[in-house]
Ligand binder design. Structure first.
Ligand SMILES: Nc1nc2c(ncn2[C@@H]2O[C@H](COP(=O)(O)OP(=O)(O)O)[C@@H](O)[C@H]2O)c(=O)[nH]1
Ligand SMILES: [Mg+2]
Length: 423
């Protein structure tokens, strides 16, 4: 009896976790979620997926709250989607459509955009095929070709295939020039810190928390870039660019994996990766394994000593833990070697953020070289060159009227800086 109850509770929690994730995904494209709930399914209705009573109940909700979009966290056939849209007089998105919508908005590179379109078309194509086989079966099996339905479907499919072939061709070209782009991106003088982690782990909340305190959040240079990139001043003077990324999604449909990876490409260029984890989540361990798996596929070893990029695990939402669990995690963290020590934070309350800032600064300075320079006061061009190409830590006029500057740069740049200002 006890056991049965416990199982039931565990199942409820899983459903609740899935619902949380779906709500998080909807928020990721700025939807205002007015209602959410779990539907118990008796049997699947081919025409509407849900049973009649449920369809009517939701129709009432849609009407009374003036809802424009209903998200169903499942896979719908085109027919089901169309029927529900008619019943509810609202747009209906299934899980894959919602995820594609997010990827589409967040793709920053040409490759990302192409990969997302590729996934979109592949999805559409698979749905065409499904309807087609369905029709075939309805009409009594194989060999029954011809008729207006099939012709249209065949034409649709051919159009999609042509477009897919074009995209694949272009993707090949884009990949060949990718390295070049990466080099030009590297001219940004500040180190890049990228936030990765599951949807709902708290990446955006942490991003806001870290940029909020910074006087640089309205930095002119970056204000025009997309809102997921911000320049931030860390307490000890290091200046970074913080980059929020598309979150990981549990049970990501296979055909979306390439598109997802493309949206994460920029992570490889980061100097530091913050892996944000919701340690209060029941699936925290499985999520950890998923994220590390994808990072490895991108060529990032999450446990490499002196790894480039360096990776810091951020154990978020500690405010949700009871004192015993919090202590247990703090002890585990404490026992790890310094270079791999996770930082416990709450992005909501701000607890642990200073320790996180310090850990980032430490990782950054580990790989970068400090250079002391002494410039002629008339050398305005030199000063601005340094501001563009290095991280200026300190600048003052010394007793002899010369400009003393302390700058920090990646080792590969340090030599050219020293050569330029040697005297
Ligand atoms: N209790 C608690 N909730 C948090 C914390 N950080 C984020 N959240 C909540 O978790 C949800 C997802 O956060 P969000 O930043 O959007 O996650 P993202 O998908 O990783 O960007 C939101 O409802 C946040 O308010 C935290 O430290 N503690
Ligand atoms: Mg987010």
């Amino acid at each position: 009896m006890r056991r049965a109850e416990a199982l039931a509770t565990a199942a409820d929690r899983t459903a609740a976790a899935k619902l949380d994730e779906a709500v998080g995904l909807a928020r990721a494209i700025d939807l205002d979620v007015v209602n959410s709930g779990i539907v118990m399914l008796g049997q699947l209705r081919p025409a509407t997926y849900l049973g009649k009573g449920k369809v009517e109940e939701i129709a009432g909700l849609v009407k009374s709250s003036d809802v424009g979009i209903v998200v169903m966290d499942c896979a719908l056939t085109p027919v089901q989607q169309r029927n529900l849209e008619t019943e509810w007089n609202a747009k209906v998105l299934d899980r894959t459509s919602l995820i594609l919508e997010i990827f589409g908005r967040r793709a920053r590179t040409r490759e990302g955009t192409l990969q997302v379109e590729h996934a979109h078309l592949t999805y559409q194509k698979s749905r065409l095929v499904r309807t087609w086989t369905h029709l075939e079966r309805q009409r009594g099996g194989f060999g029954f070709l011809g008729g207006p339905g099939e012709t249209q479907l065949e034409a649709d499919r051919r159009l999609i295939e042509e477009r897919l072939a074009k995209i694949e061709n272009e993707l090949g070209k884009v990949k060949r020039t990718r390295e070049l782009h990466r080099e030009s991106r590297r001219r940004v003088p500040y180190p890049i810190v990228a936030l990765v982690g599951y949807t709902n782990a708290g990446k955006s909340t942490l991003f806001n928390r870290m940029t909020q305190a910074s006087v640089l959040s309205a930095d002119m240079l970056f204000a025009t870039l997309d809102p997921t990139l911000r320049a931030v001043n860390l307490p000890h003077g290091a200046r970074i660019i913080l980059s929020d990324t598309v979150g990981f999604i549990s049970d990501l449909p296979t055909m979306l994996i390439a598109a997802f990876r493309a949206t994460l490409e920029e992570v490889i260029e980061a100097d530091v990766i913050l892996h944000v984890r919701d340690v209060s989540h029941e699936d925290a361990e499985a999520q950890l394994a998923d994220v590390e798996d994808i990072l490895r596929q991108l060529g990032v070893d999450p446990h490499a000593p002196d790894g480039k990029p360096a990776l810091i695990e951020v154990w978020n939402k500690i405010d949700r833990l009871d004192p015993a669990e919090r202590l247990r995690l703090a002890n585990i963290a404490e026992r790890r070697p310094q270079a791999e020590r996770p930082i416990l934070v709450s992005a909501i309350t701000g607890e642990g953020i200073e320790a996180l800032d310090a850990a980032i600064e430490e990782r950054l300075s580990a790989g970068r070289v400090l250079i002391e320079l002494n410039l002629d006061p008339a050398d305005g061009a030199g000063v601005s060159w340094l501001h563009r190409h290095t991280e200026v830590i300190h600048k003052a006029v010394d007793d002899h009227g010369r400009i003393a500057m302390t700058v920090r740069a990646a080792p590969e740049r340090a030599a050219s800086v020293k050569a330029k200002f040697a005297h």
